[in-house]
Ligand binder design. Structure first.
Ligand code: NAP
Length: 295
C-alpha cells in the first residue's frame, strides 16, 4: 500500500531497547525517522539521533512513543531522559498522529487540543499477539531464574486467557507443565479445554490455588488479593505480567514469604530485536489505516 507517511518525517521519542531496533528496521524500510531519548542508538547515523526534544519533533507528521506509555502525570515510562509528553504535545505543531501503547486522559486532552490523532498500538490484535511471543518467553525465563524446579512436570496456572495468556499457556504446555487456565468467560474456558488445559473459573480459583508451583497473571485487575495470596504454596513463584500496578498483592506475597515478581516490558527486555521488528511491521500499517482509511 502506498502511503504519504513513507515520505514524511517521523520521530521515535523515548523507549526501551526494542525502540532502537524499531528505528533501524524503519530506516531499512525507507522511512524518514529520527530518534530522541531512545537507548542503544549510538550506531545510528548522527542526523537520525536528535538530543533536543523540541528539535526532534519539529516538522514531523508522526510521533511514536513507547508501548509502555506514560505515568499518570504524562511522563514517558521509558526514555533515556525524563520526557513530559503532555508538554511536548502542548508545544507541538503540524503532527498528524501520536502512536502510543495506551493513552492516559491527560495525553488524550493534550493531543485533542492540537488536532493530533491518537493511535493506541496495544489495542491492535496483530501487535498484541505478536508481542505475546517474546512476553511468554520472558515469563518462562523469569520462572526458570527464580525457581529450583523444572517447568517440565510443574503445575502452572495462567490467570487471564487473552492474547498473552493463550500464548503463555501454550508455551508452558510445550515444556510439559500441567497447565490450568483461569478465565471468566465461558468461551475462554471452552478454548482452554480445547487446547488441553485444565479450565477453571476465576470464581473457583481459591479452591485450586494451593496446588500450583507457578502462577502467571495476565489479567489487568486485582485478581490475586491478600485473601488469595494466603492460599498460594510457599514454594511457588508468582509472576505478574499485567501492566502496572498489576493484579497481585505484592505486600501480601512478601508477608507470606512467597516469591512474587512484577514483570513489565518483557519483549523489550528479552528479545528487543524481535520486538522492534514487530513494531516496524505493525505501526506503519496502523498509521496508514487510521490516517488514510480510504486508500
Ligand atoms: P487481553 O487480550 O485483553 O487479555 C486480558 C485478559 O484478562 C482477558 O482474558 C480478560 O478476560 C482478563 N481480565 C481482564 N479483567 C479481568 C478481571 N477483572 N477478572 C478476570 N479476568 C480479567 O490483554 P493481553 O494483550 O493479553 O495483555 C494482558 C496484560 O498484560 C495487559 O495488562 C498488558 O498490558 C500486559 N502485557 C504485559 C507484557 C509484559 O511484558 N509484561 C506484555 C504484553 C502484555 P475478559 O475477557 O473476561 O475481560
Amino acid at each position: 500500500m502506498s502511503s504519504r507517511y513513507r515520505e514524511t518525517p517521523w520521530c521515535i521519542l523515548g523507549g526501551d531497547r526494542r525502540d532502537g531496533h524499531f528505528a533501524r528496521a524503519m530506516l531499512d524500510h525507507g522511512y524518514d525517522v529520527r530518534v530522541c531519548c531512545v537507548p542503544d542508538t549510538d550506531d545510528l547515523p548522527a542526523k537520525v539521533r536528535v538530543d533536543d526534544v523540541n528539535r526532534a519533533v519539529k516538522g514531523i507528521s508522526v510521533l511514536v512513543c513507547p508501548v509502555t506509555g506514560t505515568d499518570e502525570s504524562g511522563v514517558l515510562r521509558h526514555s533515556t531522559a525524563p520526557v513530559s509528553l503532555t508538554e511536548v504535545l502542548s508545544e507541538a505543531n503540524g503532527i498528524d498522529a501520536l502512536v502510543i501503547g495506551t493513552a492516559r486522559q491527560a495525553i488524550r486532552d493534550a493531543a485533542a487540543s492540537k488536532g493530533i490523532e491518537i493511535i493506541e498500538s496495544m489495542r491492535d490484535d496483530e501487535l498484541a499477539i505478536l508481542n505475546s511471543i517474546p512476553s511468554a518467553e520472558g515469563a518462562l525465563q523469569i520462572a526458570m531464574e527464580h525457581s529450583d524446579f523444572t517447568i517440565h512436570g510443574s503445575r502452572s496456572a495462567v490467570l487471564g486467557l487473552g492474547r498473552t495468556g493463550l500464548t503463555l499457556a501454550s508455551a508452558l504446555q510445550g515444556l510439559k507443565s500441567v497447565v490450568t487456565a483461569v478465565a471468566r468467560r465461558p468461551q475462554d474456558l471452552a478454548r482452554a479445554r480445547a487446547l488441553g488445559h485444565v479450565a477453571v473459573r476465576f470464581s473457583d480459583l481459591k479452591t485450586v490455588l494451593p496446588q500450583f508451583d507457578l502462577v502467571f497473571n495476565t489479567a489487568p485487575a486485582p485478581v490475586l488479593p491478600k485473601e488469595l495470596m494466603k492460599m498460594v504454596k510457599k514454594t511457588a513463584v508468582v509472576i505478574d505480567l499485567a501492566s502496572p500496578p498489576g493484579g497481585v498483592d505484592f505486600d501480601a506475597a512478601r508477608v507470606a514469604g512467597i516469591t512474587a515478581i512484577l514483570a513489565p516490558g518483557l519483549p523489550g527486555l528479552v528479545a528487543p530485536r524481535t520486538a522492534g521488528e514487530i513494531l516496524a511491521q505493525v505501526i506503519p500499517r496502523l498509521v496508514s489505516s487510521t490516517l488514510e482509511p480510504l486508500q
